[in-house]
Design a protein around this ligand. Structure first.
Ligand SMILES: [Fe+2]
Length: 480
């Protein structure tokens, strides 16, 4: 882009300073009118500390996790935010200096055999900074590198890591999917080294957890998200090969130890839920995806809506620059419908939207096969995408292409839109979208509530914190 970015295209950079104040639920200033019926809590997770003990992290994915929340009810809103007191963070504070590397940040100093041993043993730092799962009256902060980190849903105080009753040995990824029809929550965890494998988990409606299967992987890699239908899990194993040694030795951060080997293709792993140890596996042309929006089955085919990238490196480089406020490249993440034919071992993509964006979501109470609506955040112009994160919340009808969108002006940056169903409502537009917005003018964060049926009308109400929270990744809605 051959021009100087506008002030509004770069002003979001100030979001990437440490969260300035931690607190439990306290009243927020509300503008507009909160909808009657909106009663519950939206929890979000993201980096709360982008700098720790004199070291600034090099990637958006690296910061120490902070869970923030807004609670609506009785005509008002309260908000809370706390940095998660993970074992790794407490250890570094005790040492008085950074000790661990992170996804995009090299470990400090030179080779350290004790640290390398701990990385190999899977006991390195887990920043718990990516998403939150509300399950069985518990609140779990998730990051794909480690086990769930539990916190108190009432005041966000840290409790500690959990293995969910001896089920999660290594990692429990940050993108669990709940199947509306059964109430089951499925997740995966990627293991590196011995064994190279992906663990598949099921959280049952009765509050118990179990491992479904462990599927071998051909090389060490990273799998960010996956798809679930009523009958199958679908995992995309991209040709992203991790060189273990430099990462283990602390010579390179995780992301710079990854190599995109396009010629291998992307492996599609279709896992039957009734026979999870016997998946169908086949290769297609290489592609990369961070996030899946919806998945269902139709006429023997599996339909998955994803944000599709041509490769990993460009999108990872774009994401790494976010934390510096210095994005200066086009992104190529386009919403696409992938139709997978397991019998023919094929995949066909159809682009759903001609603008770039991320964080596709659906109304979670509606059965997947009935979904016609995706919510996501996108860039209102190519320049906005060239210089930073999305500025627009979109409701997209994936069958007709109809769009209902609202662009936040003034350099305000919304997060992923979390759907809160209207109590008793059944439709996938029957509820509200809650998005956490950074306002650079006020250097503060507010939570916007939009009517999902009338997105372009803009927020019906906003609830304002008196401080900011760095741009976050994923959230969830817990009705009262
Ligand atoms: Fe994610």
């Amino acid at each position: 882009m051959n021009r100087v970015p506008l002030e509004s295209e770069r002003s979001w950079a100030s979001a990437f300073t440490n969260v300035s104040r931690e607190h439990g639920f306290e009243p927020l200033r509300v503008e507009g009118r909160l909808p009657e019926g909106l009663s519950g809590t939206c929890y979000r997770n993201g980096p709360g500390l982008v700098e720790l003990l004199g070291r600034r992290y090099a990637h958006w994915f690296d910061g120490d996790g902070a869970v923030s929340a807004v609670r609506f009810g009785e005509g008002g809103a309260t908000g809370a935010v706390r940095v998660l007191e993970t074992r790794g963070l407490l250890e570094e504070r005790e040492r008085g200096k950074p000790y661990w590397g992170a996804y995009g940040t090299k470990a400090p100093g030179f080779y350290n055999p004790v640290r390398t041993f701990r990385v190999a043993a899977g006991t390195s730092k887990n920043p718990a900074n990516t998403s939150v799962l509300a399950w069985d009256d518990r609140l779990l902060a998730l990051c794909e590198i480690g086990r769930p980190f539990e916190l108190d849903p009432e005041d966000l105080r840290s409790i500690g890591e959990t293995d969910l009753g001896g089920v999660v040995e290594r990692s429990f990824s940050a993108h669990p999917h709940r199947v509306a029809a059964s109430g089951y929550v499925f997740n995966l965890g990627t293991r590196i080294a011995r064994p190279r494998a992906v663990d598949l988990f099921a959280l049952r409606p009765d509050g118990t957890a179990g491992m479904l299967a462990q599927l071998p992987l051909p090389f060490d890699t990273m799998i960010h998200d996956f798809a679930v239908t009523d009958r199958h899990l679908v995992i995309f194993v991209a040709p992203l090969k991790l060189s273990l040694l430099p990462m283990m030795l602390g010579l390179k951060p995780f992301d710079r130890s990854l190599t995109w080997e396009a010629a291998r293709g992307t492996e599609i792993v279709v896992v039957p839920l009734d026979a999870p140890a016997s998946p169908k596996r086949f290769f297609v042309d290489a592609f990369w995806t961070w996030h899946v929006g919806n998945a269902f089955e139709r006429d023997g085919r599996i339909v998955v809506d994803v944000v599709r990238y041509d490769d990993f490196a460009a999108s990872n480089a774009w994401l790494s620059k976010i934390v510096d406020g210095a994005v200066d490249a086009d992104t190529d993440g386009f919403l696409a419908r992938a139709v997978i034919d397991p019998k023919a071992e094929s995949i066909a993509f159809e682009r759903l939207r001609d603008r770039t964006g991320e964080f596709p979501r659906v109304a979670p109470h509606v059965e997947a096969a009935s979904h016609q609506t995706l919510y996501w955040t996108e860039h209102s112009t190519k320049a906005v995408g060239h210089y930073g994160p999305p500025d627009t919340v979109v409701r997209l009808d994936v069958e007709t292409g109809d769009v209902d969108a609202f662009t936040f002006g003034g350099g305000h940056k919304p997060s992923e839109a979390v759907f809160a169903p209207r109590p008793g409502g059944e439709g996938e537009r029957d509820g509200w979208l809650i998005t956490q917005v950074y306002d650079p003018g006020a250097h503060a964060t507010y939570w916007a509530v939009l009517d999902a049926a009338h997105v372009s009308d803009g927020p019906v109400a906003t609830a304002h914190m008196d401080h900011h929270v760095p741009l976050s990744f994923h959230g969830t809605w817990v009705p009262r």
